[in-house]
Write a protein that binds this ligand. Structure first.
Ligand code: ATP
Ligand code: MG
Length: 268
C-alpha cells in the first residue's frame, strides 16, 4: 500500500494566443493509502487538472507528486482513471472492455476470464459479459468502467465526476457501490464531484477547492463514509450532523461563486 504525496504542485497553462492561466497554485497534501478523498469546488478551480497530474497525463509546471515515495513522471498502471462517461470501447462487449488491461499485460486467457467474471460480479453485472456497450444504461456503463479500472489492480483510483451523468436514483445506488468497493478493496480513491451531498457522503476526507488560482481552501475529515457502509444512506443524509455540514459547504461555495461573478462583472 502506497501513500500519495502532492508537494507544492502548480500548473500554469500557456494560452495559444498569449497569456496564461494559473490552474493550480502551490497545492500540497499527503494522502495515506486507503483513504477516500473527495474534491469539491466551483467550475475551473483545477479539479480535473489535479487528477490529470496525479494520473501522470500532465506534468505540473511546479512541484512534484510521489506515490510510495516514487516520483510520478507519466501514466502508470498503479493509477487508474474513471471518467464521467464515454470512455468504454463501443466495439467491444462488456467482458472485452473489462479484460482490456489484463490482455495488454498478456495475462493468461483462463486467468483473465476468472478475473473478469469476478469483477463483473463485484460491480453487480454478473451475466452481462457478452452484452454490447450500447445495450447498457448509463449506470451499467459506469459499472463496467469501474470493473475495467479495477482489472488493472491500481493502487489509486482517480474518478472525475464518475456519477455526474446519472439520474438521481442510479446515482445513489452507485454511491453505495463505490463505498462498498472502497471498503472491500482498501484502495485509495480520489473522486471529483460537483455534488456537495456526494462529496460529504463519500469522502472520508474532503477538500473544498477555490479558483483563481486553483487551490485547496478547506480540508475536512468526515465520518459519513464509514457510517454509510453499514447504515441507511437516506437516514444518514437526513441527519442533523450531515445537513449542518452540507449547509456549511454550500454557503462556502456560494460565496466563491459570488466572488467569481463579481470579478467577471468587474472586468467588463
Ligand atoms: N488545456 C488547457 N489549456 C488552457 N487552460 C486550461 C486547460 N485545461 C484547463 N484549463 C483552465 O484551467 C482552469 C482549471 O481547469 P480544470 O478543468 O482543471 O477545472 P475543473 O475544476 O475540473 O472545472 P470543472 O468543474 O468545470 O470540470 C480553468 O480556468 C480552465 O479554463
Ligand atoms: Mg473538471
Amino acid at each position: 500500500m502506497k501513500d500519495l504525496s502532492v508537494q507544492n504542485v502548480s500548473m500554469v497553462y500557456e494560452l495559444p494566443r498569449g497569456g496564461s492561466v494559473q490552474a493550480l497554485q502551490d497545492v500540497s497534501f499527503d494522502l495515506e493509502a486507503g483513504r477516500l478523498l473527495t474534491l469539491l469546488g466551483p467550475s475551473g478551480c483545477g479539479k480535473t487538472t489535479l487528477l490529470n497530474i496525479i494520473a501522470g497525463f500532465l506534468a505540473p509546471t511546479g512541484g512534484a507528486v510521489t506515490l510510495g515515495g516514487d516520483p510520478i513522471t507519466g501514466p502508470g498502471q498503479e493509477r487508474g482513471m474513471v471518467f464521467q462517461q464515454g470512455a468504454l470501447f463501443e466495439w467491444q462487449n462488456v467482458a472485452q472492455n473489462v479484460a482490456f488491461g489484463p490482455r495488454m499485460n498478456h495475462r493468461k486467457k483462463s486467468e483473465t476470464k476468472d478475473l473478469v467474471d469476478g469483477l463483473l460480479n463485484t460491480v453487480g453485472l454478473t451475466g452481462f459479459g457478452d452484452k454490447a456497450i450500447y445495450e447498457l444504461s448509463g449506470g451499467m456503463q459506469q459499472r463496467v468502467a469501474l470493473a475495467r479500472c479495477l482489472a488493472n489492480e491500481p493502487e489509486v483510483i482517480l474518478m472525475d465526476e464518475p456519477l455526474g451523468a446519472l439520474d438521481a436514483l442510479t446515482r445513489e445506488k452507485m454511491q453505495g457501490l463505490i463505498l462498498k468497493l472502497w471498503k472491500e478493496t482498501g484502495k485509495t480513491i480520489i473522486l471529483v464531484t460537483h455534488s456537495v451531498e456526494e462529496a460529504l457522503f463519500l469522502g472520508d476526507k474532503l477538500f473544498v477547492m477555490a479558483p483563481r488560482p486553483g487551490r485547496i481552501e478547506q480540508a475536512y475529515e468526515l465520518p459519513f463514509a464509514e457510517v454509510g457502509l453499514t447504515s441507511d444512506p437516506r437516514k444518514l443524509k437526513a441527519s442533523a450532523e450531515f445537513i449542518d455540514k452540507r449547509e456549511e459547504l454550500l454557503s462556502m461555495i456560494w460565496g466563491m461563486e459570488e466572488q467569481i461573478m463579481g470579478h467577471e462583472g468587474g472586468m467588463s
